[in-house]
Ligand binder design. Sequence first.
Ligand SMILES: Cc1cc2nc3c(=O)[nH]c(=O)nc-3n(C[C@H](O)[C@H](O)[C@H](O)COP(=O)(O)OP(=O)(O)OC[C@H]3O[C@@H](n4cnc5c(N)ncnc54)[C@H](O)[C@@H]3O)c2cc1C
Length: 399
Amino acid sequence: MNYDVIIVGGGPAGLITAKEVASAGYEVCVIEEHQEIGYPTKCSGLFSVSGLEYLGLNLEPHLISATIRGGRFYSPSGKEITAYSDVERARVVERKLFDKFLAREAARKGAEIKLKTRAKGMSIRDGVNIRVKGVEGEADLRASLLVGADGVKSNVARWNGIKTPSKIVAAAQIEVDDVDIENDIAEVYFGRAYAPEFYGWILPKGDVYEVGVGVGRADGRGPIEYLNNFIKNHPIAKNKIQSSSILEVNLGAIPVDYPVQTVRDRVLLVGDAAGHTKATTGGGVITGGIAAKIAGNACVKALENENYSENFLRREYERKWKDEIGHELKVHASLRKLFDSMSDDDLDVLFEVAIEEKISDLMVKYRDTDRPSEFVAEILKKDRVVEVIQRFLDVESLM
Ligand SMILES: Cc1cc2nc3c(=O)[nH]c(=O)nc-3n(C[C@H](O)[C@H](O)[C@H](O)COP(=O)(O)OP(=O)(O)OC[C@H]3O[C@@H](n4cnc5c(N)ncnc54)[C@H](O)[C@@H]3O)c2cc1C
């Protein structure tokens, strides 16, 4: 079968790319190995309001489980910062339904979606040849371009010798029915005993809650062990989590470093496959979605010009996503390096200074968590904050 573009991966990045390509009238096929779009879920579904608006996603109300107006952050020793205002900052979205919504949008523009079909290998000669295995057995599909939207362990990246971000966080999350937190505040917990080199979280989701941890440093214990420890032993969180019944378990990995390379001749990487995630929070749907729109447009340009070279794709895709979100992703990656190099005591000192300097006011003012550079520029005007940070990181890397 011949297509203009084949996309491996039916997650948000692949589906948003597909919609862009199909909207321009080109033949696009999304290959998804699972039998259902959106399943298994590996996400909390927390998306910024500004990001959803930027992507032009008018979500139907039943997709939205909660509206988040603030964040509460706990230091390793329990110091607390709350940043809250009446403004709607983020939505907690039912990710399974969200992905299906994106799939519907892409399909209505003409994209074909092949479920239960796994991409097994590829070759490039006068086009891209993709070997797939699906319900009807093995077949070869051909296209002018291939988009790797196949997530954090991207095979498309591996097949093309593209290095993907080296730092990966392993995450585990459960959905439970009874937690004692406000219904519009996301809670974040730092501390190496519970979530080394990442954080733990509790998120309200309508009439249920999500409780999770990410683990950025492997020490033989997996994220589920860390999650159990967080739920049972964290001095603050354990008193809030009252459920004994688990309604859902999500396990996954998150790339938390700046993307290395995202194009080759006839090949583009997008979303987690490329590393388009925020290295601070691990959120990747909005930033991956922004890159996906650019990837879709780049595919259209390449098809119009019949130019599929790495140079063309670098100009039309890699440079453009870097212009749009590259600096912000770099700031996220530098902040991740900062937090990873701080001990629990260091983080407590940072919290102390942040509380005294009323950083929560700035968090309220600069609430776009996808694009933290303005917030960071403001806190770098505070000498005491810089004093703490510069012991761990070249402050220039945050500018
Ligand atoms: C526990 C957890 C919580 C998270 N919470 C949030 C959050 O609140 N907000 C947020 O923005 N982000 C969050 N993230 C990150 C977010 O889930 C990812 O950034 C996002 O899913 C990336 O989208 P994607 O389309 O790039 O990749 P994915 O969603 O991973 O989709 C890739 C798809 O490719 C398919 N695939 C892979 N290989 C093949 C193959 N060979 N053939 C066919 N199909 C293939 C997979 O089945 C998958 O469906 C979270 C991640 C985890 C693990």
